[in-house]
Design a protein around this ligand. Structure first.
Ligand code: ACM
Ligand code: ZN
Length: 504
């Protein structure tokens, strides 16, 4: 392997969406070793399950690791919904991985993706939404982005996190740990008196900056325990981070990641289009991987801060090791070939090398996807993407994800309304009516007209091609603001001072 460019050669395993038995993880570690990988990033907590025993807080696993029938739009509704790893089991896996030359990097998600955590300990959620018993969280049974965030304003909640990290850092010798930071929607934080107090006290203006403040606090704590902190690139939305942090780039925000690297920050590369192995083969396949630039645009000129590559396996639709093998192989194999390649490989050479390595993977009893999907015509790829979309968005899974989409839309709508300068109180009243419906609670009758307003905005946004329309809406709001500023009537009370110099 060219050590410098790819010192970090990893895969990420999400065991929250589906639990994976210890014996199966060991098998994946063997495969990783076969491919020359040296890191497994272990995504242990998320909305759909808390999978790591924390002795001080037993409800995290008693409640947080248990889930009923689940609807992710593919696979079984019942298989591997429940389970967790005892600290003994974790020590065993870490030791086994070490014997194979693989370091394990644990991830505890902070501050979002906390539904399972807050189902167990609601007192560490925000007031209004959870801490006061309204908008309660549960271990989620579908995919989506959920509003459950740990409260940033309660000192007890920060202590709770640090206690958890004390136990986690004891279990994993690797000198860095991951604290997530992706997809933290701020609906709760905007409304929480405790979070707002912290913002006031620290002179923080936005909730994204509040997230950064939490990350800095936790990062400092981890540093005191000898660990560097890894975060998803979303955290940079709240402002720059010091170069003691490591950023994992997955989607969007590339210019901020570039700036982080310019200031000396190290980055792990997981660009979703090339390296997300939960995607269908119509989206990401051998051709996609082969044609991925070895240095991404955001890292040009700062290659020395690119630590390497990691391929996430999110497991919403991966119930078991058989499906994991299908998603991972041969794409992880292809990424290993891509990292190893010293020069340009022809498509045939590339596939030959993948095929050779695949024999070793198959010999471990891991059956990868058939050659028929390794590369696809554009037409077949399109069909495959459509089939995946329709699996996720139909039936019960579709109903649940559509309901959750309303909260995702609410998040961006609240941001837009704020940017447009609408009064905060109006935004909350309007948003509360949408949230009340999501949580099955009665809306406050006084909020009826605010509710009507926000539903119109959301309906318009929903009816268009999502991303583009949201951007159009934002532009529209900004233009209206600009127009209002440009056409503002000047204060007539101040007479103009004659410009004598100019008339000389
Ligand atoms: C992510 O895929 N939410 C990091
Ligand atoms: Zn709060």
């Amino acid at each position: 392997m060219p050590e410098k460019a790819f010192a970090h050669r990893g895969f990420m395993l999400d065991v929250s969406r589906h639990y994976m038995p210890v014996a199966d993880i060991r098998k994946l570690l063997q495969a990783a070793q076969t491919l020359g990988l040296n890191r497994m990033h272990w995504h242990l907590t998320d909305d759909q399950g808390w999978r790591i025993e924390i002795r001080k807080y037993p409800k995290l696993t008693q409640i947080g690791s248990v889930r009923g029938d689940s609807w992710f739009g593919g696979g079984s509704e019942t298989e591997n919904n429940c389970g967790y790893y005892t600290q003994e089991e974790i020590r065993g896996i870490v030791e086994y991985a070490g014997s194979l030359g693989i370091d394990i990097i644990p991830e505890i998600e902070i501050p979002g993706h906390e539904s399972a955590m807050l189902a167990a300990y609601p007192e560490y959620g925000c007031r209004r939404g959870n801490g006061d018993g309204r908008w309660p969280d549960k271990v989620e049974i579908s995919c989506g982005i959920f509003p459950g965030l740990i409260c940033a304003g309660k000192p007890d909640a920060m202590r709770f996190l640090k206690d958890i990290l004390d136990e986690v850092t004891e279990l994993f010798p690797y000198p860095a740990m991951h604290i997530g930071g992706d997809e933290a929607m701020k609906i709760r934080w905007r409304r929480c008196p405790d979070c707002r107090r912290r913002m006031r006290e620290e002179g923080i203006e936005t909730e994204d900056a509040l997230q950064r403040s939490v990350v800095l606090e936790i990062g400092e704590y981890l540093a005191s325990r000898g660990k560097r902190t890894i975060v998803w690139n979303d955290v940079l939305e709240g402002g720059p981070l010091p170069d003691t942090f490591i950023v994992q780039q997955w989607m969007g925000g590339e210019e901020k990641t570039r700036a982080f690297m310019e200031n000396g920050g190290d980055v792990i590369r997981s660009d979703n289009r090339s390296f997300y192995l939960d995607y269908c083969y119509g989206q990401t396949n051998l051709k996609t991987i082969r044609e991925t630039p070895r240095i991404p645009e955001y890292a040009r000129g700062h290659e020395e801060h690119l630590l390497g590559v990691e391929c996430p396996l999110w497991t919403e639709r991966v119930n078991n090791i058989g499906r994991a093998a299908y998603q991972l192989f041969p794409r992880l194999t292809a990424v290993a070939v891509w990292m190893e390649a010293e020069g340009e490989l022809s498509p045939a050479e590339f596939t030959d090398r993948v095929r050779e390595k695949q024999k070793k993977i198959e010999a471990l009893g891991l059956t990868g996807a058939p050659e028929s999907v390794w590369e696809m015509s554009e037409e077949d790829a399109e069909k495959d993407r459509k089939a995946e979309y329709s699996r996720v968005y139909s039936g019960r899974s579709g109903e649940l994800i559509h309901a959750n989409d309303q909260m995702v839309l609410l998040e961006s709508t609240e941001r837009m309304m704020r940017e447009a300068g609408l009064p905060e109180d109006l935004i909350y009243r309007a948003g509360n009516t949408v949230a009340a419906e999501y949580y099955g609670e009665a809306a406050d009758p006084a909020d009826e007209s605010a509710g009507k307003l926000i539903r119109q905005i959301m309906k318009a946004a929903e009816g268009r091609e999502k991303e583009d329309w949201r951007k159009e809406c934002e532009h529209l709001f900004r233009d209206i603001q600009q127009c209002a500023a440009d056409t503002a009537v000047p204060d007539p009370g101040i007479p103009a001072v004659p410009d004598r110099e100019g008339t000389r």
